[in-house]
Design a protein around this ligand. Structure first.
Ligand code: NDP
Ligand code: 8X3
Length: 257
């Protein structure tokens, strides 16, 4: 098993849900963390909690992954001891709306494409060159079952997650001779702020998404991330697809009445 003590882990979208759960689990393994998201208060609070509890270093940095200049200066401004990021967890992402494509809102499309595809690319573009130089590192992308099978009105969100799958596969080829691992962790339904964000704050509608079944928790997904991150050096976990027991795929969900 790879020992993560003292390693540097960068997690995007650590202010909530899966990213926050990943931060907590990496902290338990005594890794040092750079946690980023737009909501500064949240990551500062998490940083204080984790550094105290686990006696590790945690750097909270407010970052919008959609803006390449911000992503670039985020990395350039890191102190030298933080630059050698060992594991990058590309988690920041969101869905906006659930509409037929011919009725979709252009601003929702922009937000999903800019965050889920371009944001992941921007962060990887600035962080991975030092991994290439050191011939060491691990990129863990959070995909989705939506990246394996479209579902009604998922259109653009689905396309972004198909893109994440394509990028994970492409990254793996591009870094093949560089000693860098690439993993895609692809969950089905996880109860987080995801649906609340998708439905622009409509809590009732968000709750209905998980009615009649037991969804995954953010911890379930973080366990998969940690599994991939702790395999021995010669093992690359290419992809983990995990769903609630009551979900077979994007379109097959069993709900108890
Ligand atoms: P949450 O809404 O709970 O968390 C999303 C995180 O992404 C937040 O920390 C948010 O932080 C961050 N984020 C969103 N936009 C940006 C941005 N522009 N720049 C930086 N950070 C951003 O949802 P989840 O935890 O569920 O989602 C995490 C990932 O998991 C996403 O990629 C999602 O697509 C994927 N996923 C989720 C599933 C689910 O059912 N929940 C299933 C499969 C995959 P802030 O708003 O503070 O910036
Ligand atoms: C999030 C899960 O099924 O809403 O990726 O697309 S789903």
């Amino acid at each position: 098993m790879e020992n993560l003590e003292g390693k540097i882990i960068l997690i995007t979208g650590a202010s909530s849900g899966i990213g926050e759960a990943c931060a907590k689990k990496f902290a338990e393994l005594k890794a040092n963390l750079i946690i980023t998201a737009r909501r500064k208060e949240r990551i500062e609070k998490l940083s204080n909690e984790l550094s105290r509890k686990h006696n590790i270093k945690v750097l909270p940095i407010s970052l919008d992954v959609r803006n390449f200049n911000s992503v670039k200066s985020f990395y350039e401004n890191l102190a030298p001891e933080w630059k050698a990021i060992d594991i990058l967890v590309n988690n920041a992402g969101l869905a906006r709306g659930l509409d037929k494509f011919y009725e979709g809102k252009i601003e929702d499309w922009d937000e999903m494409i800019d965050t889920n595809i371009k944001g992941l690319l921007f962060v990887s573009r600035v962080v991975v060159p030092q991994m290439v130089e050191r011939e060491y590192g691990h990129i863990i992308n959070i995909g989705s079952t939506a990246g394996h099978e479209p579902y009604p009105m998922g259109n653009v969100y689905v396309a972004t997650k198909f893109a994440v799958k394509a990028l994970s596969q492409s990254f793996r080829i591009d870094v093949l001779e560089k000693g860098i691992k690439v993993t895609s962790v692809d969950p089905g339904m996880v109860e987080t702020e995801f649906s609340k964000v998708r439905f622009h704050g409509d809590e009732q509608r968000a709750k209905r998404v998980y009615e009649g079944l037991q969804p995954l928790t953010p911890d379930d997904v973080a366990d998969a991330v940690i599994f991939a991150a702790t395999r021995p050096r010669h093992v690359n976990i290419n992809q983990i697809v995990l769903t609630p027991l009551a979900q077979a795929s994007s379109n097959f969900v069993y709900r108890k009445k």
